[in-house]
Design a protein around this ligand. Structure first.
Ligand code: PRX
Length: 638
């Protein structure tokens, strides 16, 4: 079998990486100036960048004017590619699919842009989108970008309570949703009902647009709610794209941090699009006519950058899947690859682990000969699943790009390329062009020699970097730039080996990564604390076979309340109601007390070590107010 690496088709040919990388760092402005030309500007930018990490100020392509939907749609139609397929939608039910050419998608997006405008949604207004993976989600986000409204997509599994908090934080004017949702065996996910509950306490919402997906019986408020299909039935197909400034906001996406409520990560127009577009083409080695499929949900950053904005700006064919990998059976991913002749496939290690344990027949019964490149994101892809992905799924002919990045980074920052010559399972290998990662010790000193291990930070800005936390610039500065002067701090730990390759070791803060979903321990603790019998709770992660990390909660009950299976179940249910079903606590350990310092601070390191079974390595416990707590926690370990 021919090895991809030997073929001379890649954008970055074998042995070209170092030269381009060194040049991109040395002449950084010149490099990004050249790359910026890949998108269409109504008016050219005047200054490449204006960045000051010491103030949290980040601007790229100053005074340039552009429109994201124009770049993702009109431009390709004008270039004669209007009949190319932009979007393949594969429904939950294998017999349901739809295709949209660029021309068709442009019409739908223009129409919905006009609908939004007709309801007084203006440039700069915030629009909340709370949907499952249906084509109208893509249409809605592109329509927002066309008229300059800022979308805030809330992952469709979030509870009404989480939805409410996100709507209120960014003061959204409208919500776009669907009647009910379909996913695997679930055929009636109460999307509109959740919106109704959330809106009991959202004073800024004026209108709700509802897509009819299942025709389930739902309540419509005649003064507030509008059916999508009715609004779309008699509206102009033409909508002039708004000229947006390069630094005008494109979207807000909430993500969990180590403290407080989720942060509204804000991305702007020019830099984000340049970065999403360029990384999509280079990292996935995308070529015209390739069928590209990213299995993420659009409710997360991976879906924003690598289902919608990156691929569509490159006139790619992007596939969007409504369902789940195990419905109707564990072959579904591979059947979709066979059905649509997918060439580039991008998924998460947690999905691979879940599928791997079902055996190879589900894979081998399908034809995956169309595949040429595989991608991974969300957590480190460890050796067992890397080997399985490479040998069984890709039949040893596809390189695997293990892409490290974050909601905050807008796009991929560290990843192998198709033509890298030394793939290592578990290593994201090398920084992308223009990206300068560093490893810092705890005092913020850069460790320059190899091998190195420490905290992962980034030295220079890049166009896709987030610009602020919506409504709270101080929090942006405090979270990312205050610990280590002159660097963007990622919150991750990393190693760099003797070859200069990066290995991400995971979060060093109180953020969990559960099945690729990012959850803050503080959020979960807050939700547990809502149970009337709970006095105090502390949450840590523990290694979980499928999820990567599971949720382990230490809970102290009110005096006089005895632990019971009943309370345990109630707490688990409560957290799912408050946050969403993906915040599913795996283990609850009731304990009389938590390990605290004399000043009252919970020593999570000890809790983490107990949940991870490192009980011989608890470190110094002498500073605890009551060291005897530790033994009782060990004795009660789940
Ligand atoms: O800990 C890293 C992990 O996911 C975090 C970012 O989560 P989120 O903002 O939800 O974005 C996920 C998709 C981009 C990171 O701080 N992470 C992401 N990709 C990898 C990873 N850890 C190891 N290897 C990766 N490839």
């Amino acid at each position: 079998m021919k090895n991809y690496k030997d073929l001379d088709i890649a954008h970055i040919k074998k042995n070209e990486y170092s030269g381009i990388y060194n040049e991109s760092i040395k002449n950084n402005e010149k490099f990004w100036s050249k790359i910026s030309k890949r998108i269409h500007w109504f008016k050219d930018w005047e200054k490449i960048s204006n960045v000051d990490f010491s103030k949290g100020v980040i601007n790229w392509f100053e005074n340039g004017k552009l429109n994201v939907s124009y770049n993702c749609l009109d431009r390709h139609v004008e270039n004669g590619n209007g009949d190319d397929i932009a979007l393949i939608w594969e429904g939950n039910n294998p017999s349901e699919d739809k295709k949209f050419s660029y021309k068709e998608l442009l019409v739908e997006v223009s129409k919905f842009s006009n609908v939004l405008k007709s309801k007084n949604v203006l440039k700069g207004d915030r629009v909340c989108i709370y949907m499952q993976m249906i084509p109208e989600l893509a249409i809605a986000m592109l329509a927002c970008s066309r008229i300059g409204a800022i979308h805030s997509i809330v992952f469709g599994a979030f509870s009404s309570n989480s939805l409410k908090d996100r709507i209120n934080d960014s003061e959204c004017k409208v919500v776009i949703t669907q009647d009910t949702g379909v996913r695997g065996l679930k055929v009636d996910i109460p999307m509109k009902e959740n919106v109704d509950k959330a809106l009991l306490d959202c004073p800024t919402i004026e209108k709700v647009f509802v897509v009819k997906r299942t025709s389930s019986d739902i309540k419509m408020d005649k003064n507030r709610d509008l059916w999508w299909h009715e609004e779309m039935s008699n509206i102009s197909k033409f909508c002039e794209p708004e000229w947006m400034d390069s630094e005008d906001p494109l979207f807000i996406l909430y993500t969990s941090g180590s403290t407080g409520t989720p942060k509204g990560v804000l991305h702007t127009t020019g830099g984000y699009l340049v970065y999403a577009s360029y990384t999509h083409e280079i990292v996935f080695d995308y070529h015209k006519n390739d069928i590209y499929w990213c299995t993420a949900d659009i409710g997360w950053i991976t879906g924003h950058s690598y289902i919608i904005y990156g691929p569509l700006s490159n006139s790619a064919t992007t596939l969007m899947f409504e369902g789940v990998p195990n419905y109707p059976d564990f072959s579904r991913f591979w059947q979709i690859i066979e059905k649509h002749k997918v060439n580039i496939f991008y998924t998460a290690p947690t999905a691979l682990r879940a599928l791997m344990k079902e055996g190879n027949d589900f894979v081998k019964n399908t034809d995956r000969s169309s595949l040429k490149l595989l991608g991974s994101v969300g957590e480190t892809i460890k050796k067992p699943e890397w080997d399985w992905y490479f040998e069984i799924v890709g039949e040893k002919k596809c390189p695997i790009v293990d892409t490290w990045w974050q909601t905050e980074t807008g796009g991929i920052l560290i990843s192998p390329l198709a033509t890298s010559d030394n793939f290592k399972a578990g290593s994201a290998l090398k920084p992308f062009f223009g990206i300068e990662p560093v490893i810092l010790d705890n005092n913020g000193n850069e460790i320059k020699e190899n091998p190195a291990e420490g905290l992962l930070a980034i030295k220079k800005s890049w166009p896709g970097q987030m610009r602020t936390v919506y409504g709270n610039h101080q929090r942006f500065f405090d979270t990312y730039f205050s610990q280590f002067k002159g660097f963007y701090f990622t919150g991750d730990g990393a190693k760099r080996d003797k070859d200069g390759d990066y290995w991400i070791t995971g979060r060093v803060d109180d953020v969990l990564n559960v099945s690729g979903h990012r959850l803050g321990t503080a959020e979960i603790e807050g939700a547990i604390g809502e149970h009337k019998n709970v006095a105090e709770a502390a949450v840590v992660g523990f290694p979980h076979e499928i999820k990567g990390q599971g949720i382990y909660a230490y809970v102290t009950l009110m005096t006089g309340v005895l632990p019971s299976k009943n309370i345990e179940e109630e707490i688990i249910k409560k957290v799912k109601i408050i946050i969403g079903p993906h915040a599913n606590i795996d283990k609850i350990q009731f304990s009389k007390g938590l390990p605290k310092t004399r000043s009252g601070k919970i020593m999570r390191r000890i809790l983490r070590n107990i949940s991870e079974n490192n009980i011989n390595d608890l470190g110094d416990i002498s500073t605890l107010a009551d060291p005897s707590v530790v033994q009782s926690l060990i004795d009660g370990k789940k």
